[in-house]
Design a protein around this ligand. Structure first.
Ligand SMILES: Nc1ncnc2c1ncn2[C@@H]1O[C@H](COP(=O)(O)OP(=O)(O)OP(=O)(O)O)[C@@H](O)[C@H]1O
Length: 288
């Protein structure tokens, strides 16, 4: 994963000069995300690395989409572009008709990364409350404690991150994301740094908090099973330069581990292998 900056991209401090500085999330309607002709190349000349080939992608409002693909193919880069942290090389990204930066200024976009990295000197309550402050929402202690309880951390409000297990830190990081009720939630391997059992527990406990239809969620994961369990749709990317090799709808009523789920996992796995191995992927896109 590339440099991910702070673990939770709390909404940016609003720019008072901006005409949208006073904009607040006025409703809970999730926006759709439209990536048109988006590509990304880092560097120039002989050191240029083409990460994402020209791509059109749409993410439906209120849906949870999982992005899977070989390591280094550009999943985090795509997420960072949607977050407005990285400008696309070509094309545009529109979220509900607005730019990612506008969503950020509205405090309507939250992002969590694999390593949780909460502020170590702040308590769980302090970390969660900070997200509200940055989003210019009232840091209401009752709301903060309620969100902490919803992720299963009641009783740990005053604990510092170092006093928590990895799974508990992930829960705190998710609470920090969700407390502002973001309309767009971007998760970059949020459960990647915990053991399998904890991960299964987090997969069961946390998604209902954002699967309300009021949040459009993109999640990068290396786990095909996790993608099928959590997402409404799984997009499989090829090795660099990334292109979409499969776009798989996941029925909501799928039984985890059931026959239909296993068939989907096999399909995604085959697409992943194809995108990984297919000869000439890089050359074809270099020629475009
Ligand atoms: N700011 C940057 N400057 C230069 N190269 C970068 C930058 N960010 C990412 N890259 C390169 O872009 C490629 C894709 O990185 P990215 O982190 O998006 O991949 P990924 O699919 O998320 O990987 P992983 O699954 O291993 O986390 C990598 O080769 C990486 O080194």
């Amino acid at each position: 994963m590339a440099d991910t900056g702070p673990s939770v991209m709390a909404p940016a401090v609003p720019d008072p000069k901006s005409d949208t500085a006073d904009a607040r999330p006025t409703n809970a309607v999730a926006p759709g995300i439209v990536c048109s002709d988006v590509s990304k190349t880092f560097g120039e000349g002989s050191s240029a690395v083409e990460v994402l080939a020209r791509t059109d992608l749409q993410f439906a409002a209120g849906q949870m989409t999982a992005l899977v693909g070989p390591s280094g193919c550009g999943k985090s880069t795509l997420l960072r572009m949607v977050a407005g942290l990285e400008p696309p090389g070509t094309g545009t990204i529109s979220i509900g008709g607005a730019s990612p930066q506008t969503l950020q200024r509205q405090g309507a976009l939250a992002m969590a990364f694999q390593d949780a990295s909460l502020l170590p000197w702040r308590s769980v309550r302090g970390n969660v409350a900070l997200a509200l402050t940055l989003a210019r929402q009232p840091a209401d202690r009752a709301a903060v404690d309620a969100m902490i309880a919803r992720v299963g951390l009641a009783g740990f409000e005053d604990s510092r991150p170092a006093e928590l297990s990895g799974g508990m830190r992930q829960r705190a990081a998710i609470a920090r994301c969700l407390v502002t009720h973001p309309r767009v939630l971007l998760l970059d391997e949020p459960f990647g740094a915990v053991d399998e059992l904890t991960r299964a527990r987090l997969n069961a406990d946390l998604p209902p908090l954002w699967r309300t239809g009021a949040t459009t969620t993109l999640m990068v994961t290396h786990s095909i099973r996790e993608a099928v369990v959590l997402a409404d749709r799984v997009i499989v990317l090829s090795s660099r330069p990334a292109r979409v090799v499969a776009d798989v709808a996941v029925p909501r009523d799928l039984t985890p581990g059931g026959e239909a789920a296993l068939a989907l996992e096999a399909r995604i796995s085959a697409a992943l292998a194809q995108g990984w191995d297919e000869p000439g992927v890089a050359e074809r896109h270099a020629a475009q």
